[in-house]
Ligand binder design. Structure first.
Ligand code: ACO
Length: 285
């Protein structure tokens, strides 16, 4: 398995539990265990880490869309492979399985260099909330079913599910669903802020493509630094956030070989050919 090389392989590795296809700058990353409702097994988690490592350097992948095969986004952690079969594992093997899931679901995804969109096409339970929120943006089918179902079978929402919920849902809603295990729909998820939009299932893909195209038109270095700055300043006090954002701005200018800022100023102030308030500067000049 390739993992941390800094070039894209000529051909994608053959993953057993994840399918990757490319289309116009979008990498469609599909959790692919439909007969198990895309429950996340240790193999799937290791393969997802590999997928993210490979796509990082693949120019066909400018925006990543994470979705699920069949009628499910993901039914959460694989209860057989993660819980029943590991009951008697020694602690170090349990830890390794745990980090396999955490490494891709939020450590890697939250600051992934490319923009990420979760496309929730159906069931989304428990552990699946972590990669859902790990993605930058999320769009759901109106009739998708969400549930923080851990309490239904006697465990608490671990694996940073609570943290993911805390970042996106309101206090009362979060506690209600964490404590009751009730399900809610894509439409309710939109109203709560867990996803950006909920749309009829037959419009899900086109809505995601529309958002991906907006992102594709923008300077990728700036989009990356802007999202990282937002995600990390949330937990900082004002002084620290101010210093961090100053440093991030300088880093952005240094990383941006395209010199977007200068192009934008030139097109607005000299050429008067675009208005920054109303759209992106032309990147092909
Ligand atoms: N882990 C392991 N296997 C699963 C999981 C899961 N999370 N979800 C579904 N499967 C398997 C079933 O065991 C079944 O396998 P089998 O065909 O070998 O018997 C197959 O997927 C289909 O499942 P059904 O229950 O028959 O599918 P249905 O469409 O009727 O229901 C639903 C789908 C509602 C998602 C149901 O499967 C379910 O409740 N799954 C568990 C959801 C959940 O609570 N996940 C855990 C959250 S907590 C956590 O992530 C730590």
């Amino acid at each position: 398995m390739s993992t941390t090389t800094n070039t894209a392989p000529a051909e994608l590795p053959k993953w057993k539990t994840v399918e990757v296809t490319f289309e116009d700058g979008i990498a469609w990353v599909t959790l692919n265990r439909p007969t198990k409702r895309n429950a996340m097994s240790p193999t799937l988690n290791r393969e997802m880490m590999d997928v993210l490592n490979v796509l990082e350097f693949d120019d066909r992948a400018k925006v990543l869309v994470l979705t699920g095969a069949g009628g499910a986004f993901s039914a959460g952690m694989d209860l057989k492979e993660y819980f029943r079969e590991t009951e008697n594992f020694e602690w170090i093997r349990k830890l390794r399985n745990h980090s396999a899931s955490q490494d891709w679901m939020w450590r890697r995804l939250r600051k992934y260099p490319k923009s990420t969109i979760a496309m929730v096409n159906g069931w989304c339970f428990g552990g699946a909330f972590t990669p859902l929120v790990g993605c930058d943006l999320a769009v759901a089918a109106e009739d998708a079913t969400f549930g923080v179902s851990e309490v239904n079978w006697g465990i608490i929402p671990g694996g940073n599910v609570c943290k993911a919920i805390e970042e996106t849902m309101g206090y009362r809603e979060a506690l209600y669903y964490i404590m009751t295990g009730d399900t809610f729909t894509g439409k309710q998820a939109e109203a709560m802020g867990l996803v950006n939009y909920a749309v009829p299932a037959d419009q899900l893909r086109s809505r995601v493509i529309e958002i991906a195209k907006k992102l594709l038109a923008l300077n990728p270095v700036t989009v990356y630094n802007a999202k990282v700055m937002y995600k990390f300043t949330r937990n900082m006090d004002w002084e620290t956030a101010s210093e961090f954002s100053g440093a991030k701005s300088a880093q952005n200018a240094m990383m941006d070989k395209e010199k977007g800022r200068l192009k934008g100023l030139e097109q607005f102030l000299d050429e008067k050919s675009f208005r920054p308030g109303l759209g992106a500067y032309r990147r092909d000049d």
